[in-house]
Design a protein around this ligand. Structure first.
Ligand SMILES: Cc1ncc(COP(=O)(O)O)c(C=O)c1O
Length: 405
């Protein structure tokens, strides 16, 4: 097994390529603080009668070219609400990728549906439409296409597949604020789309979520599910459904509305830096950035992911490469493990009514397994808010490690 022995490398006590800090996250100013303080001063602290959440919902939906937006507590519950709003019922199967945050699959379980894992595309790490189609059974009622890392999934293929097989199509856009597929922003390209405003996300208020849709009946149902089953435009004690309270708070709405001032400019900066970085990394043997489909007119770059080949680095395992790159001052990580390998999916841990019916550990998605075990390297979105010189540092650190092999 290859090891790193050069004394020049920071991991062995050499001088790191980079010693300056990376851009801080979150980005905020006095106007953000005032937006929250204004809610306090207004005394309008309840979202159903306040202005923050409603104004944010309209603004965020319009920005994403969606007719309706139903804001809620977080991105996980947004998926649960979307599933219920499009009609997924207990016992239904929902096709999901194994390469995503656990919420994509656990949300299915929370609504008593059964997540079925289909493999990812090796060039984009997004759910592979052919694998998704092969996983359809007579119990399947929905597909969740996750825009992983902020990279839109192949929505032409998923829309065609969903239409042909009579399935609901949900976008998990938790990482994809402002991303575009053929000039249209993600979120309402299928039947419903969900976003997260958790602290690490490209638009955040610490926590928060939203369901977007173009379909009035899906919106009415999502709104109702978020609001203890109330009827939209109905009475305060008029309930048409049994559901919980998943409302976003006024503080979150006001802060998100204020934070939206930066979304477009930050997204553009991430795109410029990411494309510049990708061009540099493509020239380093053994490093391949993920492919960007030419139908993607804007990528959210919540993560910048590249593929590492140990064979091209003298057999250096990815874990050692990550250790060396971090030591050079470039924070990086290996990312996810395939969800079906998580302890949470062990049959003895299952809490849903179909426990024991499916052995999740028997799932086998070879691409996701290889990617997770040896290939993926993640950089996070705040790093892309810096300058070209910052991107040069990333490439220089990788070149330095390679030259030391
Ligand atoms: C792909 C994906 N789906 C869902 C979620 C869940 O969002 P939240 O953390 O707001 O519940 C996240 C974020 O954590 C995510 O990355």
């Amino acid at each position: 097994m290859a090891t790193l022995i050069s004394p020049q490398l920071a991991v062995n006590g050499g001088t790191p390529v980079r010693q300056r800090p990376w851009p801080a996250w979150p980005v905020w100013d006095e106007a953000d603080a005032r937006a929250v303080a204004d809610v306090v001063r207004s005394g309008q602290w309840f979202a159903m009668s306040g202005r923050g959440v409603n104004a944010f919902a309209d603004r965020f939906a319009a920005f994403h070219h969606a007719r309706f937006g139903a804001p809620c507590t977080n991105g996980t519950q947004a998926i649960e609400i979307a599933l219920r709003a499009v009609g997924v019922k207990a016992g239904d199967e929902v096709i999901v990728p194994p390469y995503t945050f656990i919420a994509t699959a656990s949300a299915c379980v929370e609504v008593n549906a059964d997540p079925v894992f289909a493999d990812i595309d090796p060039d984009t790490y997004n759910l592979d439409p052919r694998a998704a189609e092969a996983a359809i059974t007579d119990r399947t009622t929905a597909i969740i296409a996750v825009h992983i890392a902020g990279c839109p999934a192949d929505m032409d293929a998923f829309k065609e597949l969903a239409r042909r097989r009579g399935l609901a199509l949900i976008e998990d856009a938790a990482q994809a604020h402002a991303a575009e597929w053929r000039g249209r922003r993600v979120g309402a390209l299928g039947d419903a789309g969900t976003f997260s405003f958790q602290a690490s996300k490209n638009l955040n208020a610490g926590e928060g979520g939203i369901v977007l849709t173009d379909r009035p009946e899906v919106y009415d149902r999502a709104w109702s599910l978020i609001n203890v089953g109330r009827v939209r435009d109905g009475g305060r004690y008029e309930h048409a459904l049994l559901s919980g309270n998943y409302r976003m708070t006024e503080w979150q709405g006001a802060l998100l509305l204020s934070q939206m001032r930066r979304l477009e400019e930050q997204t553009q900066r991430r795109n410029e830096n990411a494309l510049y970085l990708a061009r540099q990394l493509e020239e380093i043997p053994g490093i391949r950035p993920l492919q960007r489909d030419e139908r993607i007119t804007c990528h959210a770059y919540h993560l910048f992911i590249f593929r590492y080949s140990a064979a091209e680095f003298g057999g250096l395992p990815r874990q050692e490469f990550l250790r060396a790159l971090s030591a050079e001052g470039v924070p990086c990580s290996p990312g996810y493990t395939p969800l079906y390998r998580s302890d949470a999916f062990r049959p003895d841990r299952a809490t849903h009514p179909f426990a024991g019916e499916r052995d999740y550990a028997a799932a086998h998605c070879p691409v996701a397994e290889r990617v997770c075990a040896e290939e993926a390297v993640w950089l996070t979105q705040p790093m892309l808010l810096g300058t070209r010189a910052d991107m040069d540092d990333i490439a220089a650190a990788i070149r330095k490690i390679r030259a030391a092999m």
